[in-house]
Design a protein around this ligand. Structure first.
Ligand SMILES: N[C@@H](CCC(=O)N[C@@H](CS)C(=O)NCC(=O)O)C(=O)O
Length: 202
């Protein structure tokens, strides 16, 4: 398999964390690729017309995207270990969707503040996107700690990558101050080998 990969992409990181946890890393060749909404750069558009990474090409042919589809595919290859069955399944999927939504909002802030020409930047857009993240952090601190203490699942891996991205790119906004227990969970989760081996470069 070939994974179009960027070391700073939190969505790529989700795939790599799962690959480490599932023991699939040796079966995946990494090809550097990256783009922005302004320029798809080196992302293979014939494989993903959306111009985003991650993209996974399979030995049997056909490219997969986005990160949720790739993670579900890799988990199936590894024997269905990280998307639980029964009631926990829906919690796991909702947690992954929450983490991905936090990432979508964080990326939107990065694009607004780094890509858009200064006179056209909107503080209101940035504030609105940050409020999505802040509400999610509050919800996770208030209602998800018992789930987070349970067996490893893809939702937890996605959350570890989302909170890691906030630390990487938006640390000055101080999400940890408002969620002390979630902050401790993130510290412990980040110590896993799969997270340590995929930390974005300084
Ligand atoms: N929903 C997608 C999001 C992927 C995504 O936004 N990747 C970023 C890199 S972190 C990208 O390639 N952005 C380029 C663009 O938005 O055109 C996923 O889960 O894979």
């Amino acid at each position: 398999m070939t994974l179009y990969h960027s070391a700073t992409s939190p969505y790529v990181r989700k795939v790599m964390v799962l690959a480490h946890e599932a023991g699939l890393v040796d079966r995946i060749a990494l090809v550097p690729a990256s783009g922005t909404p302004l320029d798809p750069g080196s992302v293979p558009l014939e494989a993903n017309p959306l111009g985003k990474v991650p993209v996974l090409t399979r030995p049997e042919g056909g490219a997969l995207y986005d990160s949720r589809v790739i993670c579900a595919y890799l988990d199936a290859l590894a024997g269905d270990r990280f998307y639980p069955q029964g009631a926990r399944r829906w919690d796991c999927l909702t947690l992954e969707a929450t983490a991905d939504g936090m990432l979508d909002a964080a990326l939107s802030i990065m694009y607004e503040t780094r890509l858009r020409a200064e006179p056209m930047r909107s503080d209101a857009i940035v504030a609105g996107q940050w409020s999505k993240i802040a509400r999610s952090v509050t919800l996770l601190e208030d209602r998800w700690l018992a789930y987070l203490a349970g067996p490893l699942c893809m939702g937890q891996m996605a959350l570890g990558c989302a909170l890691g991205y906030l630390d990487f790119r938006l640390a000055d906004r101080g999400w940890r101050k408002h969620a002390p227990t979630l902050s401790r969970w993130q510290d412990e989760f980040s110590a896993r080998d799969s997270m340590a081996m995929t930390t974005p470069p300084g």
